[in-house]
Design a protein around this ligand. Structure first.
Ligand SMILES: [Zn+2]
Length: 91
């Protein structure tokens, strides 16, 4: 892990905007909605953890939330995503 990604994690931690774009309380990793949607074992290391372990936990949680959002978006539009895949194969 580089210092830059750690600084990014700390910047996000201190900011008022969650990774989902909603407002959050500074010095909390995520907004309430994102935080509550995280599995229990991912929430735990976000509190009272500093340094590289916080960074790893934070980015793991961001990845998880991004994946959850993406799969929810694709869900109701199965037809479109299939068409997109066919177009990709033609390229
Ligand atoms: Zn959020």
């Amino acid at each position: 892990m580089t210092e830059t990604t750690y600084q990014l994690a700390v910047m996000q931690f201190k900011s008022e905007i969650c990774c989902c774009g909603d407002r959050k309380v500074p010095r909390q990793s995520f907004c309430t909605r994102c935080y509550l949607s995280l599995p229990q074992q991912m929430r735990k290391p976000l509190i009272g953890t500093y340094g590289e372990r916080f960074e790893l936990a934070y980015f793991a949680a961001v990845d998880w939330l991004t994946y959850q959002r993406a799969s929810k978006c694709i869900g109701p539009r199965n037809k479109n995503s299939k068409e997109t895949r066919e177009n990709d194969e033609n390229v």
